[in-house]
Design a binder for this molecule. Structure first.
Ligand code: MG
Length: 387
């Protein structure tokens, strides 16, 4: 194996005043450690991922690692340094070329810094993610809150992780540093005389230590983006037939609906509303009625196309609201089936889907039972530019 990521998550620090160690706290629907593990398992240049955990945290770990391809975790020791050494010793049987040591509580590590750390090991035995100090630094007078002096910040960096090393080098350095108390793995490498490169990383690869950090991480993950709202409207005319299809559900009726495809006005309005959130034009642009390919087509195809456009933009549907406007057939008895079908089509929870119906009090074309109209409103979360 070339590169293994060793995720250090054995700490039990509960500085936030809650019972749960910080690496297992919920971050936008997934434990912090789950985000961290996924960042490495999904990275094409990382061959394998192993976590070092506290032996009492096995259940919490399993929840975090659910669905991820990771090695069995190994138990950590009394200190972080000791946990890393135990993790490194457990990897000797795989004889990796490189190891990336990373804090389990840094879930926002970017694919870019992982890649750069690995690449840097071609040139140096060690390389770490770090951020240049930009604030002016003050030293306080001992025993007082007054300033003693202003410290020259030139050449000062804050060390983050990943910290990457050639495996044999860092294992030997760790073995010889046993019993010492060094604050990070770079310090252990430095002590062994290894050259360690500084790689400038972004500030948002933060270590979650306080509840403010957690809030900041949630904002980075979810709130860095924007909300897009789309609307759509469609009409189909009644014609000969004995059933109509609405929201993908077939309903017996005295008439059918005329249309080039299956004439599902609700799914057409929904497709337009979805496309609108990514500036995707409308259904007619992508599926012109002049194109014989779409004759009798299941409108689920159009919805799927719009979903693909949203996914290509990294978007995620948050909510859908549909209104069906007609005197007949009655929509109420079919609402549950419609919501179920929409949930299936959109991969969205039923609690995020609303289907309602109204009449126009006998007025207009829907009132005269000449056709059915449908309108849709969708809410889509689009990512920000931070990742
Ligand atoms: Mg239509």
């Amino acid at each position: 194996m070339t590169t293994i990521a060793l995720i250090v998550a054995a700490g039990r620090g509960t500085r936030m005043g809650e019972g749960l160690p910080k690496q297992y706290m919920d971050l936008a629907g997934r434990p912090v450690l789950g985000h961290t593990l996924a960042a490495f398992t999904e990275h094409p240049s990382v061959d394998s991922v192993r976590a070092v955990i506290h032996p009492n945290d096995m259940d919490l770990y399993r929840d975090s690692a659910q669905g991820l391809e990771v090695m069995e975790p190994v138990p950590g020791g009394a200190s972080r340094q000791n946990s890393v050494l135990l993790g490194l010793e457990s990897l000797t049987e795989f004889d990796p070329k490189n190891v990336l040591i990373h804090d389990g509580a840094r879930p926002l590590v970017s694919p870019g810094i992982i890649e750069r750390t690995i690449s840097a090991l071609d040139e140096a035995p060690g390389a770490i993610a770090a951020v240049p100090v930009r604030d002016t630094l003050k030293r306080q007078k001992q025993g007082s809150s007054k300033i003693e002096e202003t410290v020259d910040r030139f050449g000062l960096w804050r060390a983050q992780t990943p910290q990457g090393f050639r495996f044999d080098d860092i294992l030997a350095a760790h073995r010889s540093a046993q019993g010492l108390d060094l604050t990070d793995d770079a310090a252990i490498a430095e002590r062994a005389g290894l050259t360690v490169a500084l790689l400038e990383d972004r500030d948002d690869n933060l270590k979650i230590t306080t509840s403010d950090d957690l809030t900041r991480a949630i904002r980075t993950l979810t709130g860095g983006g924007e909300i897009a709202v789309g609307s759509g409207f469609d009409v189909h005319k009644f014609g000969p037939g004995d059933r109509i299809r609405m929201c993908g559900v077939d309903i017996s009726h005295s008439h059918g609906l005329i249309g080039h495809s299956d004439a599902d006005a609700a799914l057409h309005a929904l497709t337009d509303a979805l496309l609108a959130t990514v500036g995707g034009g409308d259904i007619g642009v992508h599926f012109p009625p002049s194109d014989a390919r779409w004759a009798g087509e299941d409108s689920a195809t159009f919805v799927q196309f719009a979903l693909d456009q949203i996914q290509a933009r990294g978007g995620r549907i948050s909510h859908v609201d549909l209104t069906i406007i007609c005197e007949a057939p009655k929509i109420g008895p079919h609402r549950t089936a419609m919501i179920g079908r929409l949930s299936e089509l959109l991969g969205l929870g039923e609690d995020r889907i609303n289907v309602k119906a109204t009449t126009t009090e006998g007025l207009g074309f829907t009132g005269r039972r000449e056709g059915i109209a449908a309108q849709a409103t969708t809410t889509v979360m689009l990512p920000g530019s931070h990742r």
